[in-house]
Design a protein around this ligand. Structure first.
Ligand code: NDP
Length: 325
């Protein structure tokens, strides 16, 4: 079976197309044939070594497909069912395993690409907008990388909760997408200073919450954008990790709150996962949530997909399509 793995950490050129045995599900696991695998920034962190893995490691946490085997004791899933997960152990492959506690059934109306596109990034946007900082009407949110996978979904979810959104993006073409997703204002932060754009948009008050996935490059600018007692949600490192800082900085910037959340803590129980995905699937079916698949690569071209994602050349979701052989 074809699988994309790393044997050492580093650049995209280290992604290897390996031929490995089809894995057997253990207790509490199932195996599914991958119809679409999601590419996420976390895959690049694992490849580069920022988030260490035991090597060799199969890449890819997100995928959708059809169950081909269930492990001992698994009662609630059966062979032939359509499923998706953000917790696969190597979704860049023809088949992969996942713990059933982190698997959802995919409704007939949702195709595999959409399911693979919305599991990890959709769940992330869902908890960021609904729980980390529960947005409500009248709130103003800054959303960095607004045309990215999480970004486009987060803008839509913020708007449906009644918040005003100012988004940042790296190009004019991306600005069009962020506006279409509902952003009230968009700043092309490669051309203008985003703290000044935020000041102008908020009449000098600052935003209630800033969702910052860019990390190192935006950290100090984002601090300038928050109102006193606002919340800094640092949820990613696309430009590199945020350097260490002293808590006093938060006092000096106006008694700010700072959190560094991760998805695993917001889908801790199967019930929480089902509730969040149920809502995502419902919004997609009703047309309330648009999922943009911006690029599709064959599985063998996973390295190209990583280069595009890290090179800021993608918008929305990046998908890999496995083909056996
Ligand atoms: P995106 O589709 O958002 O791609 C990353 C985007 O970041 C780029 O398109 C680019 O947009 C922007 N960016 C700014 N500076 C850089 C840089 N130096 N290098 C690369 N990109 C840069 O990716 P995802 O939607 O997959 O993930 C977004 C972020 O969310 C990631 O940081 C990821 O780690 C994080 N994440 C966190 C989760 C959590 O639970 N904490 C879960 C899922 C994702 P532009 O050109 O517009 O600046």
């Amino acid at each position: 079976m074809l699988a994309i793995r790393i044997h050492e950490t580093g650049g995209p050129e280290l992604l290897r197309v390996d031929d490995i045995p089809v894995p057997e599900p253990g207790p509490g696991e199932l195996r599914f044939r991958v119809e679409a695998a999601g590419v996420n920034f976390i895959d690049t962190y694992q490849r580069s070594g920022l988030y260490p893995l035991a090597l060799p490691a199969a890449l890819g946490q997100e995928g959708a497909g059809v169950v081909t085997a269930v492990g001992p004791g698994v009662m609630n899933f059966s062979v032939g069912e359509r499923v998706a997960t953000a917790k696969a152990s190597g979704a860049y492959a023809v088949e992969t395993l996942a713990p059933v506690a982190q698997v959802v059934k995919v409704p007939a109306a949702i195709d595999a690409r959409t399911a693979a596109a919305v599991l990890l990034q959709g769940l992330t946007a869902h908890y960021l907008a609904g729980d980390t900082f529960p947005l409500k009407a009248g709130d103003t949110a800054l959303i960095h990388a607004g045309a990215g996978g999480v970004g486009l979904l987060l803008i839509q979810m913020a708007r449906r909760r009644g918040a005003r959104v100012i988004a940042t993006v790296g190009s004019e073409a991306k600005a069009v997408l962020a506006r279409e997703a509902g952003a009230d204002a968009v700043c092309v932060y490669t051309q203008e200073e985003f703290p000044a754009a935020v000041r102008s948009f908020t009449g000098g008050c600052g935003v209630d919450v800033a969702y910052d996935s860019v990390g190192r490059d935006t950290f100090s600018g984002t601090l300038e954008c928050l109102r006193p007692r606002g919340m800094f949600v640092s949820y990613g490192n696309s430009s590199g990790p945020v350097p260490p800082f002293a808590p006093l900085l938060l006092m000096q910037r106006g008694s700010l709150f700072f959190t560094r959340p991760t998805l695993a803590n917001y889908v801790e129980s199967p019930a929480e996962l089902q509730r969040r995905t149920g809502e995502l699937f419902r919004w997609i079916k009703s047309g309330e949530l648009k999922v943009r698949v911006g690029a599709v690569f064959p599985l063998r071209a996973a390295a190209e997909a990583h280069r595009a994602l890290e090179g800021r050349a993608t918008t929305g979701k990046v998908i890999l399509l496995p083909v056996d052989g």
